[in-house]
Write a protein that binds this ligand. Structure first.
Ligand code: HEM
Length: 514
């Protein structure tokens, strides 16, 4: 699969121009009207004062994190990025915007764009609904629960290594493989195995082309990775400019048409897997069986209803996407960063060689407590994090005071993760990839948004960490890694992802066998 799916299909100008007209009409009827503007004293790009178009354009072009970061450099720590959205680069804002407990702010309407047939634990904005969903989903992702699933992870890794090696042996072109793409096959198959008890088969095929059944029974094949990308891209554009949601169907731009198709393809895939899994029984101890048990316990029912299938589909879809993309990207970025920094590479290899017996492949037990390995992963998530965006929350009734200013009810507020993770006042040398900083000063963990913060923080943090620990240690102990380029070029949708991570892999002398 080439890179073409990552590049926007047509110029976004026509749809954004139409969006401008609609926004201006809607804007003048809302709380933040052109004539009664409670945020008029907040500086920011001039267009952003009047319309969401400025931000929507940056999102559409995949450079929101750069544009917001530049806006902070130009206008200061508190910047208006849409008529209703204020961005804070001051770390003091973290404890207000991503507060814990009863002080927690709700997610903003941005997340409505991620709702499919029904809201999931990620997309719901209703506090009570979120609490219920989180209670049903979270136990499956505790460290204790996940440790029971480690054999599945190891099994997937063995299949992955065999297929990767066969591909390397067959590679008749320039000898480079896009390790991000391969790791996406690994993480997608792994989360699908953990969820439904079987992988979708991307590793076995060496491709993301998956067969999906339409409601009319006809089978068709879809490349899953680009449809996930398109789905996410449409959601973030519509999320920052909800007025586009109503006109998207009429826009001639194939971008939106592709986006709608994408939603359908992913929904069908998730629904079929859930229905198949539920029909096959729940004997295997996978994540879906734990969801089913939690739901049946909550409702005192003995069988799953059609409504619960829709609900399970929404959760599974979220987990398939959240659980594969970010982990694949983060592990390929960590591999890239370690290999681009010879000093870090030497230190990490020494730790790995000490921890993993010769002739053995790393297991989770070997690598789970290695401090330098963990520091390398955390530093990759900071330096080139998949989460670069500001995760928007809503000022509550009565408003909220943040960084010395009062913001009225309904103001969208966020701390942009990229800007936070590259703040010189916190990190000193933010552009350097330097894992040691986490060992020197563990308190730095308090000023990061890699996995979010507060009650809406990442549910899959432990799973992602386990997977990245196993992936990174295994690839480094098995292969000498040559990078095609020392620089990563990224494109941002909801997540910020490198376009590719091309590596040349050669088996190390005395390498262990899968
Ligand atoms: C390195 C990998 C990962 C990163 C960097 C990451 C990052 C994040 C971030 C920043 C959030 C907060 C989003 C927001 O507030 O809008 C989040 C939420 C979430 N993540 Fe992850 N994630 C990763 C892996 C995973 C995995 C493996 C899963 C599950 C299999 C997962 C499932 C979720 C879910 C369900 C939420 C929503 C939680 C809620 O709202 O209660 N993530 N993640």
């Amino acid at each position: 699969m080439g890179l073409s799916h990552l590049v926007p299909q047509l110029s976004p100008i026509p749809c954004l121009a139409l969006g401008l007209v609609v926004t201006l009409i809607l804007h003048s009827t809302k709380r933040y009207s052109l004539f009664r503007d409670p945020l008029r004293h907040i500086p920011g790009p001039p267009l952003a004062r009047w319309t969401g178009l400025w931000l929507a354009y940056q999102v559409r072009m995949g450079r929101r994190y750069v544009a917001v970061d530049q806006a902070h450099k130009e206008y200061g720590p508190v910047v208006r990025i849409t008529p209703t959205h204020v961005s804070f680069s001051d770390p003091a804002a973290l404890s207000v915007i991503y507060a814990q407990g009863s002080a927690a702010l709700q997610k903003s309407p941005f997340y409505d764009a991620f709702v499919g047939a029904t809201a999931s634990v990620f997309s719901t904005r209703v506090r009570s609904e979120h609490a219920l969903k989180r209670r049903q989903v979270a136990p499956a992702f505790s460290v204790r629960s996940l440790e029971g699933l480690v054999p599945i992870l190891h099994g997937r890794m063995t299949v992955f290594l065999n297929k990767l090696q066969a591909t390397i042996d067959d590679n008749k072109e320039d000898g480079y493989v896009d390790i991000r793409e391969w790791l996406h096959y690994f993480t997608f198959d792994t989360i699908s195995d953990l969820l439904f008890g079987e992988p979708v088969g991307m590793i076995a095929q060496g491709s993301d082309l998956i067969e999906v059944k339409r409601p009319n029974g006809r089978m068709y094949k879809e490349h899953i990775i680009p449809i996930m990308d398109d789905r996410e891209h449409v959601a973030v554009v519509v999320g920052v400019m909800p007025s586009l949601r109503f006109i998207a169907s009429w826009l001639p731009d194939p971008f939106f048409i592709r986006g709608r198709k994408s939603t359908e393809g992913m929904d069908l895939l998730a629904r079929q897997r859930v229905e198949h899994r539920v029909a096959a029984g729940t004997q295997r101890d996978d994540i879906l069986s734990r969801f089913v048990d939690a739901r049946l316990k909550d409702t005192d029912e003995v069988t799953i209803s059609a409504e619960q299938i829709t609900d399970l589909t929404a959760e599974s879809l979220t987990l398939l996407i959240a659980g594969s993309q970010s982990t694949a990207t983060s592990s390929s970025v960590a591999l890239h960063q370690v290999c681009a920094n010879p000093r870090v590479y030497v230190t990490l290899m020494a730790e790995l060689e000490r921890a993993v017996p010769p002739d053995e492949l790393p297991t989770y037990d070997h690598v789970k407590n290695l401090p330098y390995l963990q520091a390398c992963i955390t530093e990759a998530l900071r330096h080139h994090g998949t989460n670069a965006v500001g995760l928007p929350r809503l000022a509550p009734p009565g408003g909220v005071t943040c960084c010395g200013t009062h913001f009225p009810e309904g103001t969208e507020m966020s701390v942009p993760s990229y800007t936070l993770h590259h703040n010189e006042n916190i990190w000193g040398d933010p552009e350097n990839y330097r894992p040691e900083r986490w060992l020197e000063n563990p308190a730095l963990h308090r000023t990061t948004l890699m996995f979010g913060m507060g009650p809406r923080g990442c549910i899959g943090k432990h799973l992602a960490t386990m997977e990245i620990q196993i992936i990174l240690s295994t690839l480094l102990l098995l292969y000498d890694v040559e990078l095609k380029s020392p620089v990563l070029v990224s494109f941002e949708r909801f997540q910020r992802e490198p376009l590719d991570v091309l590596v040349h892999l050669t088996r190390r002398k005395h390498a262990r066998s899968p």
